[in-house]
Write a protein that binds this ligand. Structure first.
Ligand SMILES: [Zn+2]
Length: 413
């Protein structure tokens, strides 16, 4: 291919899809974003590596012990009255997420017996946020008329200046834009690690929630369940390898699978990657089956989502207050391990260069150690405490106007 033509391809600001229904455009969208910004691919590797480390360290935790509630904002962009979906339709989508992620969906009985113990209650829940980023009261829904009949550049939905609605701080909220997506696309998501200005998912008004005027194949709200899986770091169950057996979703308890599944096949289904019973897990939320035929996240998928919530998206964990009307706080700084033997690691999740101010005081408030360091982004910065006596201390870390203060136990071996 001519070099100039390749450059031109990279500059096309949208993914073009054919006109028949496209279950999910996440893979194509994310590949395009990575082509435009190669640092995203490097970041993606690091994010998955950190998530894997977390999963290994928390092997026995599946997330069911405590419930995490994620605040959601829904941005509705409408050109016709039909696209201006009702509050009730939006709430029906939140209800579906809460059922599917807790495995309280009525169709769990359709999960094949062989996979019942692999199926997870993820311990994740969702609410329409009760506050705006400025902590004003909110319904968690905002609406805007658009002169666009449909959206082909999905990032334009995410900015007021291009006719859309601006993202709400992704460190505090899961952003969902609902509108008329071009190319028959039902949904697409920016994977963890992308720009804070475009973080979130876009979903078709014809596939959002379970009431209203919906596409009959996609009328149970599973598009948002699938896209939320992407937002929390899950990949397609067949590994996006175009029918080969080489691709992976990086998880162990999902069978290898050649390609995506459409419609609603009977169980069992085998293919060249899983030729023996029980075959492929086509009823997994991360496949492309009809809404009525999806009913399972696995334990490893649950674990991966918790890993992302404890690493790249850790600031969301500090904002559960937005679900009960409290003032939103967001702390994208994490300190570990605790107790510590040699060095305290400070992990930040900013996308921009910053400095870290580290202060360690004893329980009488006397400062024992004070250091400042600079960082580029998403780094783990070590502070050596081998010279500090064993005991209990108070550590304060300030970066980008955020401060965390924690009691830390130093216990030398
Ligand atoms: Zn997808």
């Amino acid at each position: 291919m001519h070099k100039l033509f390749i450059v031109f391809l990279f500059l096309i600001p949208f993914v073009s899809f054919s006109q028949h229904t496209k279950r999910c455009g996440t893979y194509e969208y994310w590949e395009m974003m990575k082509q435009q910004d190669p640092s995203l691919a490097i970041g993606e590797e690091r994010i998955n590596r950190e998530a894997n480390e977390w999963m290994v360290a928390h092997r026995n935790e599946r997330g069911q012990s405590s419930v995490i509630t994620i605040p959601v904002v829904v941005h509705v962009l409408y050109h016709t009255d039909a696209e201006n979906i009702s509050d009730a339709q939006i709430q029906s989508q939140i209800d579906v997420l809460n059922q599917d992620f807790a495995r309280l969906n009525q169709d769990t009985i359709l999960t094949p017996f062989v996979w019942r113990t692999t199926a997870a209650n993820t311990g994740l829940q969702f609410c329409l946020t009760s506050v705006t980023p400025d902590t004003a009261p909110s319904t968690g829904i905002e609406r805007r008329y658009t002169s666009n009949e449909s959206w082909s550049n999905f990032n334009e939905m995410k900015s007021f200046s291009t006719g859309g609605l601006d993202v709400w701080n992704r460190d505090r909220f899961m952003n969902i834009w609902v509108g008329n997506l071009d190319g028959g696309v039902l949904g697409l998501t920016q994977m963890p690690g992308g720009s804070p200005l475009t973080d979130g998912m876009c979903i078709s008004y014809k596939a959002f929630g379970k009431i209203g005027d919906l596409d009959p194949q996609y009328n149970l709200g599973r598009s948002a369940t699938h896209e939320t899986g992407h937002w929390l770091g899950l990949y397609h169950i067949w590994g996006d390898d175009g029918g080969a057996c080489s691709g992976t979703d990086y998880l162990n308890d999902t069978p290898n699978q050649a390609d995506n599944t459409f419609n609603c096949p009977p169980f069992p289904q085998t293919d060249e990657c899983s030729p023996a019973y029980p075959g492929i897990m086509f009823m997994n939320y991360m496949d492309y089956s009809d809404d009525a035929c999806m009913n399972i996240f696995t334990n490893d998928q649950s674990s991966k989502m918790h890993a992302i919530l404890n690493t790249t998206r850790v600031s969301i964990l500090n904002n559960v207050a937005s679900c009960n009307g409290s003032i939103a706080v967001s702390l994208p700084i994490k300190l570990f391990p605790n107790p510590v033997t040699d060095e305290i690691l400070i992990h930040t999740y900013f996308n921009i260069p910053a400095s870290i101010d580290f202060s360690l005081k004893d329980l009488y408030g006397r400062e024992i150690m004070h250091k400042a360091k600079s960082l580029s982004s998403y780094e783990k910065v070590p502070f050596d405490v081998r010279h500090i006596s064993s005991g209990v201390y108070v550590v304060s870390v300030t970066s980008n106007n955020y401060t965390i203060t924690e009691k830390v136990i130093i216990a030398h071996r």
